[in-house]
Design a protein around this ligand. Sequence first.
Ligand code: MLT
Length: 259
Amino acid sequence: MTVTLRFQDSGEGIPLVLLHAFPLSARMWANQRAALSDTCRVITPDLRGFGASPAGDGEPSLEAMADDLYQLLDRLDLGSVVLGGLSMGGYVAMAFLRKYPHRVAALVLADTKAAADTPQIRENRHKLAHEVTETATINAVYDRVLPTLLGRSTRDHRPEVVSEVRDIVGDATPAGVAWAAQAMAARPDSRDVLAKANVPALVIVGDEDQIVTVADTEAMADALPKVTMARLMAAGHLSAMEDPRAFNAAVRDFVGSLI
Ligand code: MLT
């Protein structure tokens, strides 16, 4: 069953949908909403189980999250959109592209990868899902996920970003975390889908990203027929929050090139 997503919608013009990372919410896009809504219409949903959106039921899958988004685009009467996602948001964007390619006019893929999980990563996700469910807390997220989300430069020099991320992560629920972790573990390799994506794509990566490697990023970019790359030097995995100025400049140029 699809979930009716809550979302924020600002600006006018070409629609840019931004899908958030795990285990955050659309709050992470505050800078993008403020800075990019003079260039385009910025739509930032809370994915199921995060922020203000209700949790989903059924077998965890990114496809179900893609179906939620499809329903949202229909509700907003939007044909095709520029679809962007950071990390888990990128996985959902790729799942959406697999199923609904005609609704994607262009792609923005940030700090994400096209490859499926290794057996070790998959096992870690199942452990995380089990632990948050058993303890009915997100303590395991604070212990194991939070420390990997930000780059060294942000941790050393931008305490306000560190506390904002901690605050957003603090809103996550055990049910939302468990469902999404299992959905990510079940995702297939998406390089075949990207290879068929005959649309312009922007790939962004923070140089200090500890979750997505340069090799992951290059493999994803190599699969895309029409790709532009942006590397943000002093940003980690949450590049949109860590260096919003550079992130927004890359997106602004990209969206400008589509018009
Ligand atoms: C995210 O930021 O969405 C997650 O780190 C993605 C992942 O664990 O692969």
